[in-house]
Every structure is written in C-alpha cells, then in structure tokens.
Write a protein that binds this ligand. Structure first.
Ligand code: 3PG
Ligand code: 3PY
Length: 207
C-alpha cells in the first residue's frame, strides 16, 4: 500500500474534479498545483474525462488519477490515458483484482465494515470512506476505526472547506476528498488557486 499511502499523505485534500470541457483542464490543473494540491482526481463522469486526464498529466507537478472507475474496462481506459492512481466509489472483487494486478495505486470506496473486510481480504488497507457524510459522518468513521486499527481513510462525499478540519483531526484520516476546491462551470484560476492554498494548509492529525 506504499503507493497509495504516500499519495494520501502528499496533501490533506484531494480535489474531486468533474470537468465537462477539455479546454478547462490545463488552467484548473495549473491553479491547483500553484495552490499546493498535486494529487488530482478526475472523475470518469463526463465524456471529456479521459482527455482531461491526458492534458492534466502534462502539467508539471500534477499527479493525475481517475475517479469513478467502476470496472476493469474503466480501469484500462484510465491507465491508458495516463492515470497515476485509481479511485472507485465502491469495492468489487473484479475491479480490486484488476487494479491490484495493474500495479497502479488504488483507493477503493468503502461505506461499512463488510466493505472494509472485503478490501482486507484483497490485501488493501487504504480506503475512501464514501459517501462520508451520508454514510454516518464522523460518528460512523470513529466507530469503524475503533475496530479496524491499521486501516487509513480518505473520507469523501459532502465534506466542505468548513468541515474538512474536523475530519482531518481523526487519527485514521490521511486526507479528505471534495469538490469544493473547483466549482462547476468556467474556471476562475485565481479562486481555484486560493481555495487550493487554503486546502493545502490544513493539518492532519494522523502520524
Ligand atoms: C463526488 O462524488 O463528487 C464526491 O463525493 C465529492 O463531491 P462532494 O465533495 O461534492 O461531495
Ligand atoms: C468516485 O467517484 O470514485 C467516488 O468515490 C466518489 O467521489
């Protein structure tokens, strides 16, 4: 888990990006990196996503990954486009096996104990806690971390600039994911850089 662990520790916040227009890819990536956020999760939710990954990967300092990877077909396409890490909203055996075989750092989503246990069966112990707020919030994650001591998380889903510090204060949380850093629509590079700088200045409690 070294690869994904290092990635989770690189920045306290992983921006979750839903980008419709490939023309927005480069300015968004540049602003995020300028603000100190380097691990960028481009969700495969738009027709432009794979092209966005290709373009962002050329921006110096950016480590671009794919999110919303649902199966081995998405995984192959994401890797072909240059993704350096893979995120999925949940955990299935076929995807976990394919992702592990690919060797690309992999962060699968979990929402409960059974998900975590299936991940552990695959040798995984770094997870996205998704959807973090809807799946019970900090109270739920505290209960899970009491049971699964060695597991570390990137909570994502409903987290905001205001609530991120509360999540990062939990010892099992290495980083949080969120869409708040980059608003939908035409990007405002200065605003993105400002939000990224604030996000990258957040402190995690986890050692
Ligand atoms: C998503 O799936 O888009 C993630 O949950 C991040 O989005 P949010 O921060 O808006 O919940
Ligand atoms: C994903 O899209 O991969 C998620 O886990 C939700 O943000």
């Amino acid at each position: 888990m070294t690869g994904i662990d290092a990635l989770m520790r690189a920045n306290p916040v992983i921006p979750v990006l839903v980008i419709e227009d490939p023309a927005h890819a480069e300015p968004i990536a540049r602003s995020l990196v300028a603000g100190g956020l380097t691990a960028l999760e481009v969700t495969l939710r738009t027709p432009a996503a794979l092209e966005v990954i290709r373009i962002m990967s050329r921006v110096e300092g950016a480590v671009v990954g794919a999110g919303t990877v649902l199966n081995a077909r998405d995984l192959d396409a994401a890797i072909d486009a240059g993704s350096r890490f893979i995120v999925s909203p949940g955990l299935t055996a076929p995807l976990a096996e394919a992702a592990i075989a690919s060797g690309v750092p992999y962060l699968p989503g979990v929402a409960n104990s059974a998900d975590i246990m299936r991940g552990l069966d695959h040798g995984l112990d770094r997870f996205k806690f998704f959807p973090a707020e809807a799946a019970g919030g900090i109270k739920a994650l505290k209960a899970l971390t009491a049971v699964f001591g060695k597991v570390r998380f990137c909570p994502t889903g409903g987290i905001t600039e205001a609530t991120a510090p509360e999540w990062l204060a939990l010892p099992a949380v290495l980083c949080v994911g969120g869409s708040w850093v980059v608003k939908a629509g035409t990007p405002d590079p200065a605003a993105i850089e400002r939000a990224a700088r604030a996000a990258s200045a957040l402190r995690r409690a986890a050692g």
